[in-house]
Design a protein around this ligand. Structure first.
Ligand SMILES: [Zn+2]
Length: 810
C-alpha cells in the first residue's frame, strides 16, 4: 500500500535541520532510543550563566535515559573567560564557546539556548552583574524561553546568594526564580503572549554540588542516582558526560569518565516539592494528552515491531502515527512529536540528503551553485522526490541509487552571527526579538526538499554546507560563509603614536563581487586626529585585492582611544575573521574594522625581547607596536647563554600550567637573570602547575583578583619601577579594560618588592599583583596584572609600566 500514490496528501511543513557534524544517519540503536522517546512527554530546562556551568551528566541522563526534552539556557556565551588553546578573546571567544557548547549538546543530546547577556568578566556580586546586564530585558528573554520551551521542571546550577561565587552565577539563580514566576503570569511581559502562551512550570529546584571546598548537598535533599549504563549507546552517563564536558577545550575542561553509582542532589526552591523523582505528580506519557488511546497503542506496536536489521518495516506504522498525532489539540506536543516522527521516518528509510558547495564562501545577493544528492539506502522504501525549493522534480527514488541535481540559491544577508550585527554594550548584545534564545542564526542558506512517502508529504530543510576532503581529517563539512561585497583588513589593530609623530597604516581591500568593480570609501578620522587621504577610490577591474596606505596624525587635542572608521555607501566597512579549531566548525564573522588610535608618550631603551609562548596572548604583537624587536623562542632556545642577546624575556600567560617542560626552562631563565638578564612572568593559576616555585624566591598563587578595572591603585612612588625610564603616575592606571589582574600571588617571600596594592569595593587590600626580585645581577618580575588585555587594547599607562618592568634597574 505504500507504493500507491494516494490523492489525499496531508502536507505538513516540517523542517529538519541537522548540525554540521550530524551528517551521519542514525544507527538502529539511535532509532530505538528515539522510538522509546516517542512515549515520553516531559521536559526539563537547566538554567545557569556560562558555557561550562551546566551539569553534562545530568543533561545526558535526562535526555537519553529519561528521554525528556532537555534544554540548557546559558545566559551568556562566555566572552569574559580566558582561552587555553589560542589568542582569541572577547567576542571571538564567545563564538568559540558557543560552538563548544553546541558540540557538547551534540553528545549529551540536550538543546541549547542563550540570552543576550554579555559575559563582561568576573563579577563578585549579582548587584554589579545586573548593572551591566539590564536585568529587566534579560528577565524578559528568560521568560520568553520558558514560555516557548514549556519545561515541567526548571533546574538551576547555583543559589541566588554568595554561595554561588561569581556574580553571574548568583544572578542566574535570581533570574531563574523570577522567570519561573513571571512566565505563568499573564500580566508580565504581555507583549509576548500573541506568540507564546503563559507557562507554569511545576517546580524549580537547585542542583546542589560538593565542589571546590564548598558542599551544598545534604541528605535531606531529593537524591537521584544518575550513574546508569545505556546498552544501546554502550556508555554510562558518566562516560557520555566526560565526552560532552571535554568539548569545552578553550577552558581546558578535559574531564575523566566516571562509572558506577552517581548521586545528584536537588534542593527545593519553588512550586510543588518533589519527594522521590524530579517529575513527582506529573504525567510524562501520552496520558497527559486527552483522547490519545490510538496513539498510545500505535507507539507500543511500533516499539514491539521494531527490527534492528530492518528499520524500514515500521515505516507504515510511523506514517499512521504521524496522521494520528496531527489530530491532537495540544499544539506544543503536536509540534514536538511530529518532528520526532519525521526524523524517525527519515532515519528508518536510511535516506541521505545533502546540499553542498565547492567553495567555503559566497557573496551576498549572488548565485550560490549548490550540488544536491539524495539516496534511499534501505530496501522497499517507496519514496518520491516531489520538488526542490518548490520546483517540481517528481522523481521516484530507486533503492540505493544516488540521485544528483543542482540548484542555484541567492542569500540576501551575510552569515554574520545575529548578536554581532550591531556593537554590543558592555553587558548586553542588541538583538532582534525574533532571534531570542537561538544559539546561532535560525535562518541559514538552505535547500528545501519535499518527499512523498505513502500519503504523506515530508519536507526536509537542509542547510548548505561546504564539503571537502582534508588529507589528514578526511571528509569535512563546514558551514557556508556568506560574505559582504567588499571587505577590508589592516596590518594594525591599535596604533600608538608619539607626540608630533604620525603612523602609516596598510589597508588591504578585497572585492568579493563579480559585478561591482569600483568603490569609493571614506576614512573618517577620530576627533582630534587627521587621517589622509579622506577619500579612497578603489578600482578592481584587473584585480580583486588592493593595498592602500593611509596616514594617521594626532593633533594637539587628540582624545584617548578613538577608532578610525571606514565607510562605504553610509555603511561601516567590515573586515573578515576566521577562527579554525578542529573540535568545532570553522567560524567566520565580519567585525567592523576598528583601528584604535592612541597617543602614547613613552621612553623606551628596551630593544630586543625574547618571548616564550604560554596559553596564548598578544604581547609579541603589542611590543612590536612600540618598536621593540620580539623573537619567539622555541624550547631549545631557552638556554641561559642564548638568552644573553636579549634585553629581557617575557613568559606568556599560564606557561607553567600548559607546558610540561616549563620547570626545566625556569632553571635556565633564572640562570639568565643571575647573569644580569630581566625575566617577566605573566599570570598562572594554582591548579596543574608544572613547577612548585615560579621564581627565585618562594610565593604561592591564590584565586584573588581585582575585577574593577578602575579600582584605585596604591603604589610606592619612589620604587625604581615607577621612575625609570617612565615616570609613572596615577594617570597611568586610567583607561584599563575589563579588570586589573587575576590569580594574585600570596605567601610572598620578603626578597620580593611588592610595590602595588589594590582591591575591589568592600574588600581588603591585596599586594600580590606585582612581585619584583633582584637575583644575582638581574631582575625577576612576576605579575598578575592583566597586561595581556591592556596592551592589545592600547592602554598607554600599561605600556609605560610594562616597558619599565622590562628595563634593567640601575
Ligand atoms: Zn560559570
Amino acid at each position: 500500500m505504500l507504493n500507491k500514490l494516494l490523492l489525499s496528501i496531508s502536507a505538513i511543513c516540517i523542517s529538519v535541520t541537522y548540525s554540521w557534524s550530524q551528517q551521519r544517519t542514525w544507527t538502529s540503536g539511535d532509532i530505538k532510543i528515539q522510538l522509546e522517546k516517542l512515549d515520553v512527554l516531559g521536559s526539563v530546562l537547566y538554567f545557569a550563566a556560562h558555557p561550562d556551568d551546566e551539569n553534562t551528566r545530568l543533561i545526558a541522563w535526562l535526555a537519553q535515559e529519561k528521554k525528556y526534552r532537555t534544554g540548557y539556557l546559558s545566559l551568556t556565551r562566555g566572552e569574559g573567560g580566558q582561552n587555553l588553546i589560542g589568542t582569541h578573546l572577547g567576542l571571538d571567544l564567545g563564538l568559540i564557546r558557543t560552538n563548544e557548547l553546541l558540540a557538547a549538546r551534540n553528545i549529551d543530546k540536550g538543546e541549547q539556548f542563550f540570552s543576550s547577556a554579555v559575559d563582561f568578566g568576573f563579577s563578585k556580586t549579582h548587584e554589579e552583574t545586573f548593572r551591566f546586564w539590564d536585568k529587566q530585558s534579560i528577565l524578559a528573554e528568560a521568560v520568553y524561553v520558558i514560555r516557548k520551551f514549556r519545561p515541567d521542571v526548571i533546574i538551576t546550577r547555583f543559589p541566588p546568594d554568595p554561595r554561588g561565587g561569581h556574580g553571574h552565577h548568583q544572578a542566574s539563580a535570581i533570574l531563574a526564580h523570577e522567570a519561573f514566576l513571571a512566565a505563568a503570569d499573564s500580566t508580565r511581559f504581555p507583549e509576548q503572549l500573541h506568540e507564546v502562551g503563559t507557562w507554569q512550570a511545576t517546580r524549580l529546584v537547585w542542583n546542589t554540588a560538593n565542589f571546590g571546598g564548598m558542599n551544598n548537598t545534604s541528605e535531606s535533599q531529593l537524591k537521584i542516582d544518575i550513574g546508569a549504563y545505556n546498552s544501546l549507546l554502550g556508555q554510562s552517563y558518566g562516560e557520555i558526560a566526560a565526552d560532552s564536558r571535554s568539548q569545552h577545550k578553550s577552558q581546558g575542561f578535559g574531564a575523566a569518565s566516571t562509572r558506577g553509582r552517581s548521586i545528584e542532589y536537588f534542593e527545593h526552591v519553588a512550586g510543588g516539592e518533589a519527594k522521590t523523582t524530579l517529575m513527582d505528580g506529573l504525567t510524562t506519557t501520552w496520558e497527559r494528552i486527552p483522547h490519545s488511546r490510538n496513539i498510545q497503542r500505535l507507539v507500543q506496536n511500533i516499539n514491539t515491531a521494531f527490527d534492528a536489521n530492518h528499520p524500514e518495516k515500521i515505516l507504515a506504522d510511523l506514517l499512521l502515527l504521524k496522521k494520528e498525532v496531527h489530530k491532537i489539540a495540544d499544539i506544543y506536543w503536536k509540534k514536538q512529536k511530529l518532528k520526532e516522527i519525521v526524523d524517525l521516518i527519515l532515519a528508518c528509510s536510511g535516506i541521505w540528503v545533502d546540499a553542498v558547495v565547492a567553495a567555503p564562501a559566497y557573496t551576498a545577493h549572488q548565485d550560490i551553485p549548490v550540488q544536491l544528492e539524495v539516496t534511499v539506502r534501505n530496501p522497499d522504501v517507496p519514496m518520491i522526490l516531489n520538488n526542490i525549493d518548490g520546483k517540481p522534480i517528481q522523481q521516484q527514488l530507486q533503492h540505493n541509487i544516488l540521485w544528483r541535481g543542482q540548484q542555484n540559491v541567492k542569500w540576501d544577508s551575510t552569515s554574520q552571527p545575529y548578536w554581532l550585527l550591531s556593537a554590543p554594550s558592555l553587558g548586553k548584545f542588541h538583538i532582534d526579538k525574533h532571534n531570542i534564545g537561538y544559539p546561532l542564526n535560525p535562518q541559514k542558506p538552505h535547500i528545501t526538499f519535499t518527499f512523498q512517502i505513502g500519503e504523506e508529504e515530508i519536507e526536509v530543510q537542509r542547510d548548505i554546507a561546504y564539503r571537502f576532503v582534508d588529507p589528514v581529517r578526511g571528509e569535512v563539512y563546514q558551514p557556508l560563509v556568506v560574505q559582504p561585497q567588499l571587505t577590508v583588513s589592516s596590518d594594525q589593530q591599535t596604533i600608538l603614536v608619539a607626540k608630533r609623530g604620525s603612523k602609516e597604516i596598510q589597508l588591504t581591500f578585497q572585492n568579493n563581487d563579480f559585478h561591482t568593480k569600483r568603490y569609493t570609501v571614506n576614512a573618517l578620522a577620530p576627533q582630534g586626529w587627521e587621517v589622509l587621504p579622506e577619500t579612497i577610490d578603489l578600482d578592481f577591474t584587473s584585480t580583486n585585492t588592493i593595498e592602500y596606505i593611509i596616514k594617521a596624525t594626532p593633533l594637539e587635542t587628540a582624545p584617548d582611544n578613538a577608532p578610525i572608521l571606514l565607510k562605504w555607501e553610509n555603511d561601516t566597512l567590515r573586515s573578515r575573521r576566521t577562527i579554525d579549531y578542529t573540535h568545532i566548525p570553522s567560524i567566520t564573522w565580519f567585525p567592523t574594522l576598528d583601528i584604535r588610535c592612541q597617543r602614547l608618550d613613552i621612553n623606551n631603551i628596551v630593544q630586543k625581547v625574547g618571548y616564550i609562548n604560554g596559553a596564548g596572548d598578544l604581547i609579541p604583537q603589542s611590543l612590536a607596536n612600540v618598536g621593540i624587536e620580539v623573537s619567539l623562542l622555541n624550547e631549545k632556545q631557552i638556554e641561559a647563554d642564548y638568552l644573553k642577546q636579549f634585553d629581557a624575556v617575557v613568559v606568556g600567560i599560564r606557561y607553567f600550567n600548559v607546558n610540561e617542560k616549563s620547570k626545566a626552562s625556569l632553571a635556565q631563565l633564572l640562570k639568565y637573570v643571575e647573569q644580569g638578564g630581566v625575566v617577566l612572568v605573566q599570570y598562572n593559576v594554582n591548579s596543574r602547575l608544572q613547577a612548585e616555585n615560579l621564581g627565585p624566591y618562594p610565593f604561592r598563587l591564590s584565586r584573588d583578583r581585582v575585577t574593577e578595572e578602575d579600582a584605585k591603585v596604591d603604589f610606592d612612588p619612589n620604587d625604581p619601577v615607577f621612575n625609570y625610564p617612565n615616570k609613572i603616575t596615577s594617570a597611568d592606571f586610567d583607561g584599563w579594560v575589563q579588570e586589573r589582574g587575576l590569580y594574585f600571588a600570596n605567601e610572598i617571600d620578603k626578597s620580593y618588592r611588592t610595590p602595588i596594592r589594590m582591591h575591589d569595593t568592600n574588600e581588603s587590600s591585596k599586594t600580590g599583583s606585582l612581585l619584583i626580585g633582584k637575583y644575582g645581577k638581574g631582575k625577576f618580575v612576576y605579575t598578575s596584572l592583566s597586561f595581556f588585555r591592556q596592551l592589545p587594547a592600547g592602554v598607554p599607562g600599561a605600556y609605560r609600566l610594562f616597558v619599565n618592568l622590562l628595563t634593567k634597574e640601575k
